[in-house]
Design a protein. Structure first.
Length: 633
């Protein structure tokens, strides 16, 4: 809060103190449920490792297919959203198993081990969850690589033709679409689907030569094209994670991501079990170089290192957190408009006491703050708003005063957690009218404004790297405000009930981000509707040159439709749009307290000073202070 806004509330509202009580920790998702292969396996094979006679502390360290004991992306994402990162055979919700194919048994599973392709993993999940998928959970699917490996191996051995290789691999992509469809049919709403990486660019395939590497790259791309175009055609609005594009970026400039080696492997042999590097048996004791877990892209010939998994996790969560943050582009203007409406109210109040037929010009300025507190994985939001307006009123008759005003309102918005922010401004035009007869009064105003967002920036953290996605959205806001009431006079004191209704229609046009590479998103247009019904009481005390007043309203937001923000990665041409819930206050009922003074200096100069505070909204703090000067002609 700025210094002037600290002093004025103390002068005007000493009886009010404190802030909104924060809500309990909340997350976007009720759970994170993971399906897939070794890229997502959080330790399913630890019982198998124990059967090999390895020491218990080492078994606990190993188990992932990376540079153990570093976490994999699925564990990091689960922790980000407050869910359990444990594998399903240890009580968690990560059903992934190393070696798993999409819907067929795998030769990569240890002899005697359970064959659990993704199709079986989903069956296990649904059976555990009463046959239904949790509609509030984030489900993730990353598969296809083992279908690729098994068929490529068969082709290399002469067991299948090139045409069969392609048909089998693309058939696995079609099977993955079917498995994702099972989740949606069972009630899932949020499903994150990963592309297969560029398998041709892994150390195992680059070592085979340019021809084999190029063929593997083309087939990887074909799998992803079949997968994502098929998902889009089926109307399955998955959250698409383009790891193919991301890894290509990393390998093109590994140093920019903090890597010193993007071609060799970080893991050494684990005798007597392995004679070459294997991620399943990789830990700090057999790395090829100190710090290789964070300086190498690959753990072994096909599996990522700990540092790579961190980047994957950050990349995945950015796809969810970005639309959520951008929902504030449509939320902030609702609060920006409050200052302009207050300026109109002050100008109208001064104009209503002018002689009939006289013009009154007024100018108003004010500032306010709107803040949502960080809760769970939601980093929160803060906006400092300023509003300036000039206008003119005319006492058209004994009962009626009319007027018009133009305004300029600005907001400096910032996402919590240093995730970026934006500057918003609007130029508005308003017409308004007030009528009074005895103690009965009614006022109304209509406002149109353009919205312009400059310096819109979203910070994208990818491991040790920070990128900034930039954009320049635009939009509009149309609002209407009416109130009415009756003032009962008790000498110089007036007290009476009042009702009010405020409607706003905010539209933010769609836009594309730039500057963040494969993390750039296209954000669809947004609409935010608000209808607030209010009932309350107001009181004033006419002391001649000065009139203190106070007002309290109980407010109810009637529009609570659970809107979403839609996005799609710019790196994908398949048009895979997905939807993330927008910010929505926890409470639709709240209160607004306003205190102030107004009066005249001589016969022609009027003034007003007021402070408003929203109260009773969990996790939300909102207030505004404004001053108005008017001159009668």
């Amino acid at each position: 809060m700025k210094p002037a806004r600290r002093v004025l509330p103390a002068l005007l509202m000493t009886v009010f103190a404190g802030a909104a009580v924060p809500a309990a920790n909340a997350t976007h998702f009720s759970n994170v449920v993971v399906f897939g292969d070794s890229l997502s396996d959080a330790g399913y094979f630890r019982p198998f490792l124990a059967s090999l006679g390895l020491p218990a502390p080492l078994v606990a360290t190993l188990g992932r297919f990376t540079t153990n004991p570093g976490p994999i992306w699925a564990e990091l994402v689960a922790e980000h959203y407050g869910a359990s990162p444990a594998p399903s055979n240890a009580g968690g919700w990560n059903f992934a198993q190393g070696g798993a194919r999409v819907a067929s048994d795998s030769s990569s599973t240890p002899p005697g081990g359970a064959q659990r392709p993704v199709s079986t993993q989903i069956t296990e999940y649904l059976a555990r969850n009463g046959g239904a998928a949790d509609s509030r959970a984030l489900h993730t699917v990353w598969a296809g690589a083992n279908d690729f490996f098994q068929n490529f191996g068969a082709f290399a051995a002469g067991g299948i033709t090139q045409a069969q290789l392609q048909a089998n691999v693309l058939g696995a992509a079609t099977a993955e679409i079917q498995q994702v469809g099972r989740l949606y049919a069972a009630g899932a709403r949020y499903v994150m689907v990963f592309s297969v990486p560029n398998i041709g660019a892994t150390p195992s395939f680059t070592s085979l030569g340019a021809a084999a590497s190029g063929a593997a790259t083309a087939l990887s791309a074909g799998y992803n094209t079949t997968l994502f175009t098929g998902l889009a055609s089926a109307g399955l609005r998955v959250i698409p994670v383009d790891t193919f594009a991301l890894i290509a970026e990393i390998q093109a400039n590994p140093a920019s991501f903090g890597f010193s080696n993007a071609t060799a492997i970080a893991c050494g042999p684990f005798p007597p079990i392995t004679t070459s590097g294997s991620a399943q048996f990789c830990y700090s004791g057999n790395l090829v170089a100190p710090g290789a877990a964070t300086s190498y892209v690959f753990a072994d010939g096909v599996h990522p290192s700990t540092a790579s998994h961190r980047i994957f996790a950050d990349f995945a969560t950015s796809l969810v957190d970005a639309p959520r943050a951008y929902s504030m582009l449509a939320e902030a203007p609702l609060r920006m408009r409050a200052g302009h409406v207050q300026a109109i109210s002050d100008g109208l109040a001064n104009g209503q006491s002018a002689p009939m037929g006289k013009l009154t010009a007024f100018a108003s300025t004010g500032s306010g703050n709107f803040e949502t507190q960080a809760q769970g994985d939601d980093a929160g939001f803060n906006a400092d708003n300023t509003a300036h307006a000039v206008g003119v009123t005319m006492r058209a008759s004994e009962a009626v005063t009319v007027g018009a005003a133009v305004g300029r309102t600005k907001a400096e918005g910032s996402f919590g957690g240093d995730l970026g922010g934006f500057r918003a401004s609007e130029n508005s035009v308003s017409i308004f009218v007030g009528a009074r007869s005895g103690g009965l009064y009614a006022n109304g105003a209509a406002t149109l404004a353009n919205l312009d967002y400059s310096d819109s920036r979203r910070t994208v953290r990818l491991g040790s790297v920070t990128r900034v996605a930039e954009a320049s959205p635009s939009g509009s806001n149309a609002s209407a405000f009416v109130n009415a009431g009756y003032d009962f006079a008790f000498g110089k004191v007036s007290v009476g009930p009042m009702v009010a209704w405020t409607s706003q229609n905010v539209e933010v046009n769609g836009f594309d981000e730039t500057g963040a590479g494969s993390a750039n998103l296209r954000i669809a247009s947004q609409k935010r509707r608000s209808e607030v019904a209010s009932v309350g009481i107001r009181a004033s005390w006419d002391l001649g040159a000065i009139t203190p007043y106070a007002r309290f309203t109980a407010d109810k937001e009637r529009e609570k439709d659970g809107r979403t923000v839609s996005a799609t990665p710019l790196s994908l041409v398949s048009g895979n749009w997905y939807d993330i819930p927008a910010y929505q206050p926890a409470d639709s009922s709240y209160g607004t307290i306003t205190v102030g003074v107004r009066g005249m200096i001589g016969d022609s100069i009027g003034y007003g000073l007021n402070y408003s505070k929203v109260t009773g909204r969990s996790g939300v703090s909102e207030d505004f202070v404004a001053g108005t000067l008017s001159v009668r002609f």
